[in-house]
Design a protein around this ligand. Structure first.
Ligand code: COA
Length: 234
């Protein structure tokens, strides 16, 4: 990642767009800033992706549209306050670990339909996490069928990589995983606010998160020139 005065450019060679995209909060010379960021990504062999919010540099969305960028993947950021000391222990069938086991990452990759390259990127991305983190899994008949994880930084903790095997959905497994993660966040995680990101229109996920007390705070979206990079949408 590199940071300018009013922009940030993230690069992880793939995986989620949020870690392979640029944010520009203000620009005296928007065309020049965009051109500089395009060159930065092109030097790394990928098409630039810009992440925008209502707080992005004024006119940036239109400027990118004029340069041939298409809007993509609208994402809601949701948050929930974490009341201290009010959560119980995780459900008996949920396991929490402070490191991603090979089985955890393999199960997530299989459920997400990852190929070998995405799996390598997942391992590399998880390996770079240098904050307090926890990895939750739930088993049925010996196999992991639902996972999620959280990373805490100061008073904020994020929920990531929530997924349940398609054959096991609608049985409350993700709810149990999320509950265990929320318990970790407000306990060992030391956080007071939980946040997560969900693609607009992902109704099962939105319902899960609303049911756990999350409410939408703001939205972001991407502008992309092509889908060349191996990224997941948010
Ligand atoms: C989102 C997801 C993790 C939910 O997993 P799950 O184990 O089926 O969830 P649960 O059974 O714990 O259900 C939790 C809530 O979601 C609701 N839900 C589950 N499936 C649903 C569906 N197909 N449509 C609408 N709501 C649904 C449940 O009704 C429940 O809400 P309720 O308690 O008010 O009834 C699962 O659908 C999934 O893996 N989706 C693909 C990956 C994904 O989108 N992850 C989220 C990324 S932000």
């Amino acid at each position: 990642m590199v940071r300018g005065r009013d922009w940030e450019a993230r690069f992880a060679d793939g995986m989620h767009r949020r870690i392979n995209s640029a944010t520009v909060w203000a620009a005296d010379d928007p065309d020049g800033t965009v051109a500089e960021l395009e060159a930065w990504y092109e030097r790394r062999g990928i098409d630039p992706i810009f992440k925008l919010t209502d707080a992005s540099a004024p006119g940036l969305d239109e400027l990118l549209a004029g340069r041939g960028y298409l809007p993509d993947a609208r994402v809601a950021v949701m948050t929930a306050d974490l009341p201290a000391g009010r959560r119980s222990a995780p459900a008996a069938d949920v396991t929490l670990s402070d490191a991603p086991s090979e089985e955890w990452a393999g199960s997530f990759g299989d459920m997400a339909g990852y190929g070998p390259r995405q799996r390598r990127l997942l391992d590399a991305t998880l390996g770079r996490i240098d904050r307090r983190a926890v990895y939750a899994s739930l088993r049925r008949e010996g196999s992991i069928v639902s996972v999620g994880m959280s990373v805490a930084e100061d008073r904020h903790a994020g929920v990531f990589e929530m997924i349940t095997h398609p054959d096991h959905r609608g049985r409350g497994h993700a709810g149990s995983i999320l509950d265990a993660l929320l318990g970790w966040m407000s306990g060992p995680g030391g956080a007071t606010v939980a946040y997560l990101q969900v693609l607009e229109g992902n109704q099962p996920a939105e319902r899960l998160y609303r049911g756990a007390g999350f409410t939408p705070r703001y939205r972001y979206w991407y502008r992309v020139r092509s889908a060349g990079l191996s990224t997941t949408p948010h």
